[in-house]
Design a protein around this ligand. Structure first.
Ligand SMILES: Cc1cc2nc3c(=O)[nH]c(=O)nc-3n(C[C@H](O)[C@H](O)[C@H](O)COP(=O)(O)OP(=O)(O)OC[C@H]3O[C@@H](n4cnc5c(N)ncnc54)[C@H](O)[C@@H]3O)c2cc1C
Length: 283
């Protein structure tokens, strides 16, 4: 659909961006240098969107003080063929320093994750065995889901977030989105979601606005004002959600947390989550 909508635009794949010069929205165009099997090429652009992820080259050049910080956690993730282990509800189970979650993603498939404290770059020769060992003795469906997942469908990734937060997502004619702008811990499951919102807003707040006559500088300011507070708030809340969940370890801390969870009314927490999930694209 995107390719079709792009019409006869030139699409370059398999190229690595190595340098970006951000340009000026009221003056010089931006320029991007790419390296591919075909060699090095320079492109000039009215707008550059840096959507190049956690270790963004674009961000490294324009805002090098903001870098990925290891969260102390990694997550095993898997997709398993299942029709009976998990209901329609999102299941989350906490243990010391660990969170396990599972959710049905189709009539016969379940996605699960095991998020736990790990040394950075740790690796096990058999990740399935390591996950099974870690979750041995947990309530079902945890061991059963891991057991039912083929080793080739289990992956594990270290988790990072960006700090300090960016003061602006816009530099000249260049705008950062997604993990490049606001990589966050996954405790609210919002990293990719908020990246998709950013993408929609590039079209709505910049592309559409400029086509309708808004100066690029004003459209970029509007984008930053709409997206930066929201995404940085979600990143902050994700960090706080971790403090109540997988970051709690030690018998006393876990017992206090569990008692608090029983007495604190669910309403305010649900309302805070709903305010994130009820996002609507700008009209
Ligand atoms: C363990 C874990 C669990 C997660 N769970 C969830 C979840 O439940 N829900 C959720 O919404 N999100 C979740 N996320 C977060 C989600 O994966 C990210 O937020 C999302 O992938 C960010 O998308 P992105 O397009 O910004 O970056 P990426 O997906 O990282 O894509 C960046 C792209 O840029 C390319 N690239 C990089 N450098 C260059 C370069 N120099 N030149 C050209 N191309 C380049 C890369 O090859 C890549 O294709 C999770 C993340 C982790 C690690």
């Amino acid at each position: 659909m995107l390719r079709e909508a792009a019409g006869d635009a030139c699409l370059v794949t398999g190229a690595r961006v190595v340098t970006v010069s951000p340009g000026d929205p009221d003056g010089a165009r931006a320029s991007v240098q790419c390296v591919s099997a075909g060699g090095t090429k320079n492109y000039e652009a009215d707008l550059v969107v840096g959507a190049d992820g956690l270790r963004s080259t674009v961000r490294n050049q324009l805002a090098p003080a903001t870098i990925p910080h290891y969260s102390g956690k990694s997550a095993w993730r898997g997709v398993v063929a299942d029709t009976f282990l998990v209901s329609e509800d999102f299941t989350v189970i906490w243990g010391p320093g660990t969170e396990f979650g599972a959710v049905r993603i189709s009539a016969d498939q379940v996605y699960w994750y095991g998020y736990t404290s790990t040394a950075e770059h740790a690796a096990w020769p058999d990740e399935k065995l390591a996950a099974s060992d870690h979750f041995r003795g947990w309530a079902e469906p945890v061991p059963a889901l891991i057991e039912a997942t083929p080793p080739s469908r289990i992956m594990r990734h270290d988790v990072y977030s960006l700090a300090p937060r960016l003061r602006s997502y816009v530099h000249g004619r260049t705008v950062l989105i997604g993990d490049a702008a606001h990589a966050m811990v996954p405790t609210m499951g919002q990293g990719a979601n908020s990246s998709l919102e950013d993408g929609a807003c590039i079209g709505l707040l910049i592309g559409r606005a400029v086509n309708a006559g808004t100066p690029l500088a004003a459209a970029l300011r509007h984008f930053d004002a709409e997206r930066r507070p929201r995404t940085q708030r979600i990143a902050r809340r994700s960090r706080h959600a971790g403090l109540l969940g997988a970051d709690v370890s030690g018998h006393v801390a876990v017992a206090v947390r569990n008692t608090l969870m029983k007495v604190i009314p669910g309403g305010p927490a649900a309302a805070a989550g709903a305010s994130i999930l009820s996002w609507e694209a700008p009209p």
